[in-house]
Design a protein around this ligand. Structure first.
Ligand SMILES: Nc1ccn([C@H]2C[C@H](O)[C@@H](COP(=O)(O)OP(=O)(O)OP(=O)(O)O)O2)c(=O)n1
Ligand SMILES: [Mn+2]
Length: 464
């Protein structure tokens, strides 16, 4: 039985380490510990979890698949708000950092792989699988639906993110929740989440979700919004045109060709890819790339690089250490991968930046595992050597870490994105400007972490 409503974060960490639910007494914040007290020194370094503060700590990173409609570079446009909360953020950074470690300690024996002393982080790594057991699917499945409804249909990224971060805590818990008392005091689980959890525990359902399911507009708009290439505003327009089902959309002329592919392969794209298949496809792309330009570096980032057992899509990050052979490479790679019948449909393409521009070439498309017709989403991004470390961090994620790093950079007077780390100055009007040409030089991910004074995380430790 859980009597305390607030206890130290180490409780969660230790539970995960032990693989069992430990008594909370010695972690209590309300009662003075009677036995085996944590040293006072330790408690000063151990942030206490308060939902509200944790909430502010994470802000509105949204894990919704809308990157194709959203310019990632504009993601931080709410930086005014962010700056108000930055102070609090810094305090909570440690908490969040710890929460990232949870998944790692939860999987006993997971080790770090280092690849130090290299000029560039060109690594062939096979991180061990990251598969935290989710003992609370009865709750997280409902929250996941609500996350999608708020994100895909209602465009309410803030609420969507509340469910996303609540789930990222709940799915890592080493026990099945039987009473709402057990989640009080956990990060990201505030009063509203507690009430919803209590309701789910009692009735097996969420009235909020049931209400949405009864609302035809919400149901239809979130269905459409979940299609690759269709965002909340297009989804709403399609609903207003009278469409009700995905079949209805098949004859809709106004869809772009990418949206049509998104629709046609909707079921395929939504299926997660087993890790070992990604590994094989990574090898296929690597071999193909090497046969075109020897020495080229190809790495599959995203959740695969973070060690997930099931992967949503493939995010390839490519560069060439010589600083020039990357230019024009993507077109050749795409051509050859199509010849191999691996790449099948183009979604969006932005390539052929001339060498002098030092731009990033991108290809978003669909591919298939050799011998099968099922499609998967694939992104290929080619970075010039000097931007590579930044691209690799951005496309490895996860998005919570990306957000944290960006906010931290901002607090230190920089702007961070997948192209680099740029000092921010003020122009004559007092507006913040960052000069693209004067970026900080970092040739490895570790140098970027060091520059930001963020504790180093191996890729498999980045599931925050
Ligand atoms: N709004 C977003 C979307 C993505 N990313 C970054 C972090 C992600 O880890 C990476 C790849 O994006 P994905 O949507 O492919 O996410 P993952 O690879 O992490 O998960 P999965 O593909 O398994 O769904 O890009 C981000 O910072 N912000
Ligand atoms: Mn991915």
């Amino acid at each position: 039985m859980f009597m305390q409503v607030a206890f130290k974060y180490e409780w969660l960490e230790d539970c995960l380490k032990e693989g069992t639910r430990l008594p909370v007494e010695k972690y209590s914040l309300l009662n003075a510990p009677t036995s085996a007290p944590a040293s006072s020194d330790e408690s000063t370094h151990s942030p206490v979890i308060s939902e509200d503060e944790f909430h502010h700590g994470l802000l509105s990173v949204v894990k919704v698949k809308r990157s194709h409609e959203t310019d990632r570079s504009n993601e931080d446009s709410d930086s005014e708000e962010d700056s108000h909360k930055r102070k609090k953020e810094e305090v909570w950074m440690d908490v969040i950092h710890r929460s990232g470690k949870l998944g790692v300690v939860g999987k006993s024996g997971m080790t770090s792989q280092r690849d130090e002393g290299k000029d560039m982080e060109i690594q062939t790594q096979s991180p061990q699988s990251y598969t935290p057991p989710n003992l609370n699917k009865n709750i997280t499945a409902i929250f996941d639906e609500l996350k999608n409804i708020f994100g895909d249909a209602l465009g309410d990224d803030r609420r969507s993110f509340s469910y996303y971060k609540a789930n990222s805590v709940l799915e890592k818990l080493p026990f099945k929740i039987t009473s709402v008392e057990e989640v009080k005091g956990l990060p990201a689980i505030g009063k509203s989440m507690q009430d919803q959890i209590a309701e789910i525990l009692k009735t097996g359902k969420s009235s909020r979700l049931e209400h949405f399911k009864e609302d035809e507009k919400v149901r239809v708009v979130s269905l459409f919004g979940a299609v690759w290439g269709i965002g909340p505003s297009t989804a709403q327009k399609l609903y207003e045109k009278g469409h009700k089902t995905l079949e209805d959309l098949q004859n809709e002329e106004s869809l772009t060709s990418a949206q049509k592919y998104g629709l046609r392969f909707h079921t395929d794209i939504n299926k997660k890819i087993p890790r070992h298949e990604v590994q094989e496809m990574e090898l296929l792309v690597k071999n193909c790339a090497e046969s075109i330009t020897p020495g080229i570096s190809v790495l599959c980032g995203g959740s695969y690089r973070r060690g997930k057992a099931l992967v949503g899509d493939m995010d390839f990050v490519v560069t060439h250490p010589d600083g020039k052979s990357h230019a024009g490479f993507l077109r050749k790679l795409v051509y050859k991968l199509k010849q191999l019948d691996f790449l099948t449909e183009d979604l969006t393409v932005g390539m052929d930046h001339p060498l002098e521009e030092r731009g990033v070439d991108t290809y978003f498309g669909l591919c298939k595992y050799p011998g099968r017709e099922q499609r998967h989403r694939i992104d290929l991004k080619v970075y010039p050597h000097e931007k590579y470390a930044f691209g690799l961090i951005a496309w490895t994620g996860n998005d919570v870490l990306n957000r944290r790093l960006r906010l931290l950079a901002e607090a230190k007077g920089y702007r961070l994105d997948d192209h680099g780390l740029f000092p921010v100055t003020r122009d004559a009007q007092g507006q913040r400007v960052s000069e693209r040409s004067s970026g900080v030089l970092c040739s490895t991910e570790r140098e970027v972490f060091d520059k930001l004074e963020f504790p180093w995380l191996e890729p498999n430790e980045r599931n925050l």
